[in-house]
Design a protein. Structure first.
Length: 131
């Protein structure tokens, strides 16, 4: 979206929204690329990483709103000129993704433990009812 300014004052327009044609094409292409990766020939660590990200993709997506809300105000506070902010955007995007992924791992661990506790209590209840 920065390129639409063409060296002039940035103007907000329909091309800036999430559903613009560039974002649709880019995300669809990325999804299709990831969908067609052959994992049978990849290293085990890469395979496990892709599987983990796939498993946690919805929590990462949902938590990224929160990590964006945490990180971007810091950037805006430290750098007041858009050109300088723009230089840090790749770092911010990667940082937001990593932070959201770490939070998603924590949430997944907690939810797994809660499910296991419910299963354990259910089995204990069945044992008590059988006696």
């Amino acid at each position: 979206n920065f390129y639409h300014a063409n060296g002039n004052t940035f103007v907000w327009g329909i091309w800036c929204s999430c559903g613009n044609i560039f974002n649709v094409i880019a995300t669809t292409s990325l999804f299709l690329f990831l969908l067609n990766i052959r994992l049978d020939r990849t290293a085990m660590l890469f395979k496990k990483l892709i599987i983990l990200i796939s498993k946690l993709s919805l929590p990462i997506y949902l938590l990224s709103y929160m990590t964006d809300a945490m990180l971007y105000p810091i950037l805006l506070q430290k750098l007041d000129v858009f050109d300088r902010q723009f230089n840090y955007m790749p770092i911010m995007v990667i940082g937001s993704f990593v932070l959201a992924a770490l939070l998603a791992i924590v949430v997944d661990f907690i939810s797994t433990m809660i499910i296991k506790l419910f299963q354990l209590f259910s089995k204990l209840k069945e044992v008590n009812n059988a006696v």
